[in-house]
Design a protein around this ligand. Structure first.
Ligand SMILES: *Cc1c(COP(=O)(O)O)cnc(C)c1O
Length: 804
């Protein structure tokens, strides 16, 4: 590629030694592994920078519309392998390092996992950033650079313990500190009359400054920017206080600013915790919106053209206050009339909804909101009066109008962020077909009746670079040999595998890759926890956030039932299984933490029981994150996607597993439905109630106790857990957890149990016929190319952002 920007620049091998000496400051004889890691990243970053600048110049020169993706989470994981792969420099780097006796794979392990997210929503943002660059769309991601991320999970005696994530302790060679890109973020104070209009005079001001990380697209086509905000005090040290001897108090302002960017989702059980979260949301929204408007006005001069050059996407409601912030800038600082500002705002903003769970819909106590953001409160009232006027004009009844209002008037008054985001956006999308349909009849029923054009669906996707090429090079190479290279640029081409689905040789090659991935995972888990696993057993994997709706408990109760069965019928030819669990529980979520303990209690008992003869092993892998997912998914045979139907908006884990040739056992929920439609009913294990049936059961008098008592396997398993068979040190530990199922069973564990176990035995049966299993695995790989985030982003680009 003679036109590439690095055609004349030095190769990685020359660069790396120069960088090690002059930027890391180490001689090659004195350099430690970490110095080499830093030198490798900085050398690669030099290659990236040339393309980064070229991309930016091109965007300015062409006057292209830009996409801004605002997200409180970016779960990006490691970047070294990603950037090497996308620039086709993996071989060059590997051989450059070899010259100095170093192994790239070993250095890769030194990179901390950038865990600036919680789960699927944050990982989606990271996949989207990569696809935006790969599709050559000019884009910025905006978020917060958390010094301590969410938390690192340690398992102590089976219990989750939360420790601070310290991913920055050795510095971060990927990032650029842009102290010159700084904005003032206000809090509190009052709104005063000024020159015919009004102006907000905040009582407190914190400075947001940008820290940029380059995001390299596939084949280096474009490099975009992930701009994460950090916070500083305007007045970092009160010198008079310091000199007077109050050395700590003098630094209070900086500590206060710092607390904004410390952790993702600080506990909100206290009023101070709630306030901190709202401050974080406003801090990053305001900095981002100020940056966007500044860039636009600088080059286009006219704020009225904002919607032609700028598309802002709100990833869930965390950045919803951006709607009011953009209005404030347009009205108070750029002198627009309220109604034309409202029109500009709506045409610029899009909103993605990620959950229907009522407890997850954000709202803020009105007194808190008003105290912290008095001007935004006024703007929200003004927006609300327009929305309610529309509703009355449309003839909606009082109940509908109360549901549409941006203010929840029931009990203590609250500001509803989802209603603000919906009102302020021209597009409101769900993340899978079922979820989008349910949005229209549940949370947004009335807003949808008022603005019927707004809701649309964009089924999630995952980037095939990270979730196939990088995490599973063995499988990638087998696929290349079978169907050529075209799928590397268009995952739709994976469909060419369909004609080879029954090909024995291909089936065997894919099975060999799977076995070697399983062996590698088994060795890793032995290192982590001492457990030994048989790579020929069926690896049955349930990794995701721990939540009752994701039903780890259903899987665990089934595990206990299977354990019982194996012990009482040792003569049957049981399929050897390894049940792998992983995931973090929210620190304040009692039942989720208890479920982690239960998984570990079951593991301890089952794994030590000689009477199961190694037929069943249970593992809980601590600190589930992107890097672990990249290790575990390519080594999985069975993917557990068993949420209570109607509760998982989409899921993206389900897509990653299928792409790596695991078969899915799952409910008709989220994107599972679309996966089933694409891979075919005979290539997926579907069980359980549908979303409609779940809703109906919750309406009628569902009696879980009756169901439990009618199922011997289920009642025995639940009794065993409830009576302390797995917790002899504390026999009643799980009594409450089990009683919850007996008494109300909101998540339908009992209702779905029999159907789930039957389906698990069907899985066993298929496993015995390895040729048939392999054919189905190939059909999965072949038909899930559609779940590439390139496809998702193309749809956003065409339908929402108008950039393609
Ligand atoms: C993909 C991914 C998720 C989302 O998984 P779901 O099964 O869709 O909930 C969460 N965490 C990590 C680290 C992931 O890679």
């Amino acid at each position: 590629m003679s036109s590439s920007p690095d055609a004349q620049s030095p190769g990685i091998d020359d660069l790396i030694i120069d960088v090690l000496r002059h930027r890391v400051g180490k001689d090659e004889r004195a350099a430690k592994s970490h110095d080499w890691y830093t030198a490798a990243v900085l050398s690669l970053r030099d290659k990236v920078i040339d393309r980064w600048m070229e991309s930016t110049r091109r965007t300015y020169a062409q006057g292209d519309k830009r996409v801004y993706y605002l997200s409180l989470e970016f779960l990006i994981g490691r970047l070294l392998r990603d950037a090497l792969n996308n620039l086709s420099l993996t071989k060059d780097m590997s051989s450059a390092l070899k010259r100095y006796g170093l192994d790239l794979a070993v250095l890769e392990e030194l990179e901390p996992d950038a865990a600036l997210g919680n789960g699927g929503l944050g990982r989606l943002a990271a996949c989207f950033m990569e696809s935006l660059a790969s599709l050559d769309i000019p884009a910025y991601g905006y978020g917060i650079r958390y010094v301590n991320g969410m938390f690192r999970q340690r398992i102590d005696d089976g219990w989750q313990v939360e420790l601070p994530e310290t991913w920055l302790s050795h510095g971060n060679p990927w990032e650029f500190d842009r102290r010159e890109s700084a904005y003032r973020i206000g809090f509190g104070g009052e709104v005063v009359e000024a020159g015919g209009g009004v102006m907000w005079q905040p009582a407190e001001v914190i400075e947001a400054s940008a820290i940029d990380t380059p995001v390299v697209g596939w084949r280096g086509k474009r490099v975009n920017t992930l701009r994460l905000w950090t916070a500083h005090a305007l007045d970092p040290i009160k010198l008079d206080a310091f000199n007077a001897g109050d050395h700590v108090g003098a630094l209070e302002n900086e500590a206060r600013a710092d607390s904004l960017v410390r952790v993702l989702y600080p506990a909100d059980s206290s009023a101070a915790g709630q306030e901190l979260r709202l401050r974080q949301e406003y801090f990053f929204s305001s900095a981002s919106i100020q940056d966007i408007v500044r860039r636009h006005v600088q080059y286009e001069k006219d704020v009225m053209t904002l919607p032609d050059k700028v598309a802002i996407q709100l990833n869930d409601t965390h950045p919803a206050v951006s709607v009011a912030e953009l209005m404030r800038l347009l009205v108070d600082h750029h002198g627009l009339e309220f109604d034309s500002a409202w029109d500009v705002t709506k045409r610029t903003v899009g909103y993605t909804n990620h959950t229907l769970l009522p407890e997850a819909l954000e709202s803020w106590p009105l007194p808190l909101f008003e105290r912290l953001l008095p001007r935004h409160m006024q703007i929200i009232y003004a927006i609300n009066s327009r929305v309610l006027r529309d509703a009355r004009k449309a003839g909606l009844d009082d109940a509908a109008i109360a549901a549409i209002s941006l203010i929840d008037e029931g009990g203590d008054r609250r500001v509803r962020m989802a209603n603000l985001a919906f009102s302020g956006a021209h597009s409101v999308n769900g993340v899978a077909a079922l979820h989008t349909d349910l949005m229209k009849v549940t949370v947004f029923k009335d807003l949808h009746a008022l603005y019927p054009e707004r809701i649309n669906n964009k089924t999630n996707g995952v980037t095939p670079r990270r979730w196939l090429m990088q995490c599973n090079p063995g499988l990638t190479s087998v696929i290349r040999d079978a169907i050529g290279d075209a799928f590397l640029d268009d995952t739709g081409k994976l469909e060419d595998l369909n004609k080879l689905a029954a090909d024995r040789e291909l089936g065997e090659r894919i099975a060999e890759v799977k076995r070697s991935n399983k062996l590698a995972l088994a060795e890793h888990l032995t290192e982590l926890s001492g457990i030994r696993l048989d790579p020929d057993a069926l690896f049955d994997v349930h990794i995701k956030r721990i939540h009752e709706y994701k039903r780890q408990l259903l899987n665990l109760v089934e595990t206990v039932a299977l354990y019982d069965q194996i012990r009482s019928h040792p003569e049957k030819d049981w399929v050897p299984r390894v049940k792998i669990f992983g995931g973090k529980a929210a620190p304040s979520y009692h039942n989720a933490k208890l479920i982690i303990k239960l998984a570990n209690d079951i593991a301890r008992r089952v794994n030590l029981d000689p009477s199961v003869g190694g037929l069943l092993k249970v593992v809980f892998v601590p600190n589930y994150n992107v890097t672990l997912a990249e290790r575990i998914i390519p080594a999985s045979d069975l993917s557990e996607q068993i949420s209570t139907a109607g509760m998982e908006a989409s899921g993206t884990g389900n897509m990653k597993f299928a792409l790596n040739g695991a078969l899915t056992i799952g409910t008709l929920d989220g994107a599972n439905i679309e996966i089933k439609d694409r891979v075919g009913d005979e290539n997926i294990f579907i069980f359980g109630l549908t979303a409609d049936e779940v809703a109906a059961k919750r309406e009628e008098a569902y009696n879980p106790r009756e169901i439990i008592e009618g199922s011997r396997e289920l009642s025995q398993a639940m009794q065993a857990i409830a009576k302390g068979v797995f917790s002899p040190d504390d026999p009643t530990r799980y009594a409450g957890l089990m009683n919850g199922i007996y008494d109300h069973d909101w998540f339908m564990v009992a209702a779905d149990f029999d159907s789930y176990t039957d389906t698990q035995r069907a899985v066993d049966k298929l496993w015995i016929d390895q040729a048939a299993w392999r054919e189905k695995a190939i059909r999965n790989i072949a038909n899930v190319g559609w779940f590439s985030s390139d496809r998702t982003i193309s749809e956003y680009a065409k339908d929402i952002w108008g950039v393609m």
